[in-house]
Write a protein of this length. Structure first.
Length: 522
């Protein structure tokens, strides 16, 4: 495209034709304050916070809707611009309530930030404030506080342009103007909670996160959503070693600025369980605690003699874990049947915007690592037909996941030996002969390969409970017992082995994957 040169605050900037001033400034590292502008939504131009001074133009212009042109000279910090921003801030705060001590947006509120930068004065408004609705529930994940709303219309445009579900609109005029649900509707589409993320003030807040923790206490860890194989980039935000919320992390190659509601709240089912903190082994009285040496010895000695064996790995296990799991089971039995848990579901048109038709975030990566033979359904069928003497399940509760739960229960009871490696005593684990306590997705490091073949990094956000061990460590210890010690025990070092042995991953490192991932060949 045609190149355009302009100056912004005296700095020469080169951009492409059709780029707006606010975008050109952002590319040059110059921040222009704004509320209504969002890079993935149409331009509304109603907040007036992004006013800038442009040479030869008699009036200030909004940077969000003014295209950069050749030779343009833009000032974002001139006295005229600063005075206009100060006036805009005073106008926006006329009816705004003094809710900062109790508002969940405090700490990440643009009104707070811009007030400190551009206003910083007492109100001159002597009349009573115009009161609005407070704590109106829009849907299962969204609550609205009308007094805090600045009518930027980001929420309305998101529902019109991204989900195309149109639950919200602007009604009334002047200082009575407000955001409202259409009659008879509920804001409950699969991406509804994203409007909490894009609201620049405290008008729309997350009902789940509301009043749980102040945002400045949160520890933020870049990671990948474990909800499905889209591989949405997220920030895992935790407090006192518990996940408080997921927030979307921008990656235009995967999820843009959004995540689905299912993925946003999936961490509850994965982390809010009663953890196992010691290995368990079956005796006459049932499962009893034992030490790791005894448990691992039993796994190797019995599995080696109870052939044929099948292994089922969770789609939430990393590539590094899948790589070692495949090595372990093939070493125990060259004829072992291995599969990653994978089942598809039907999606609505709105769900298809982000969600994959499965709940296994790394099924493709696990298959690349060799954890795949004929597919999960044929393996399940053979299990129900009693064709295996032993099994090793990692991270999946098949009694809960599959429709033939009772048939699976009877099949597992007939096995000579069942090993379950999981974070908690699931219904499947209760039938096991040995249970190995593992960690969840938020406590491990590694990589996922999403449905489209993009490799992305998973990072630990929580400290696992004492007694539980990393899946990678468990597989390494078991491999050592069958005569194949793993000299490189860290996820990064295991990935280097993958990069040498798996053709499509050749030459990759954690550094080359980076924060946004890397695409491999199909």
């Amino acid at each position: 495209m045609d190149a355009v040169k302009l100056t912004i605050d005296g700095k020469e900037v080169t951009t492409t034709k059709g780029t707006t001033v606010i975008q050109a400034a952002a590319e040059a590292g110059i921040t222009i304050p704004h509320y209504c502008y969002h890079p993935k939504l149409t331009i509304a131009g109603n907040c007036r916070m992004c006013l800038v001074e442009i040479e030869k133009m008699p009036k200030l212009q909004i940077a969000c809707n003014t295209q950069a042109s050749e030779g343009m000279a833009v000032e974002t910090q001139s006295p005229k611009v600063l005075a206009a921003r100060k006036a805009v801030m005073e106008f926006l705060l006329i009816n705004h309530p003094l809710d900062c001590p109790i508002c969940d947006q405090a700490g990440e509120c643009w009104l707070q930030d811009y007030y400190m930068q551009h206003d910083l004065q007492a109100s001159r408004f002597a009349e009573g404030k115009q009161h609005e609705r407070k704590r109106e529930v829009f849907g299962p994940h969204v609550v609205f506080d009308g007094e805090r709303c600045i009518k930027c219309t980001r929420c309305v445009r998101f529902l019109q342009e991204v989900t195309r579900t149109d639950e919200l609109t602007v009604v009334d005029r002047g200082d009575h103007s407000t955001i409202a649900l259409f009659p008879g509707t509920v804001l409950d589409n699969p991406l509804s909670a994203n409007i909490n993320d894009i609201c620049p003030v405290g008008a729309l807040t997350d009902r789940d996160f509301r009043f749980r923790v102040r945002v400045w206490y949160l520890q933020k860890t870049p990671s990948i959503c474990p909800g499905c194989s889209t591989g949405c980039n997220i920030s895992v935000e935790s407090y006192q070693n518990r996940i408080a919320r997921f927030k979307p992390r921008i990656n235009e190659e995967v999820n843009s600025h959004w995540i689905c509601d299912e993925g946003r709240y999936c961490f509850y089912a994965l982390t809010d369980v009663e953890r196992i903190t010691a290995p368990l082994i079956r005796q006459e009285g049932g499962l009893v605690p034992t030490d790791w040496k005894t448990a691992l010895g039993a796994v190797i000695s019995v599995l080696s003699g109870a052939q044929p064996v099948c292994g089922v790995l969770s789609g939430r296990n990393t590539n590094e874990e899948a790589f070692l799991f495949a090595k372990l089971l093939r070493r125990l039995s060259p004829q072992a049947r291995l599969e990653v848990y994978y089942r598809e579901r039907k999606l609505t048109e709105v769900e298809k915007i982000l969600k994959s038709p499965d709940r296994s975030p790394n099924f493709r990566g696990a298959r690349d690592m060799g954890v795949s033979d004929d597919g999960f359904e044929p393996l399940l069928s053979d299990l129900l037909d009693g064709k295996f003497r032993s099994a090793y399940f990692v991270g999946e509760d098949l009694l809960r996941e599959v429709a033939q739960g009772e048939k699976v229960r009877q099949a597992l009871k007939k096995l000579s030996f069942l090993v379950v490696q999981d974070t908690h005593l699931s219904e499947t684990a209760k039938l096991a002969h040995v249970v190995l306590p593992a960690v969840n997705f938020a406590e491990k490091e590694g990589t996922y390969t999403n449905r489209k073949g993009r490799i992305q990094r998973l990072r630990p956000a929580l400290v696992p409970p004492a007694g539980a061990r990393q899946d990678l460590e468990i597989f390494s210890l078991l491999l050592a017992r069958v005569g194949e010690p793993i000299r490189r025990a860290t996820p990064g070092e295991i990935f280097l082995e993958i990069a040498r042995e798996v053709p499509r991953y050749r030459g990759l490192t954690y550094e080359s994957i980076g924060n946004l991932g890397v695409q491999i060949e199909s």
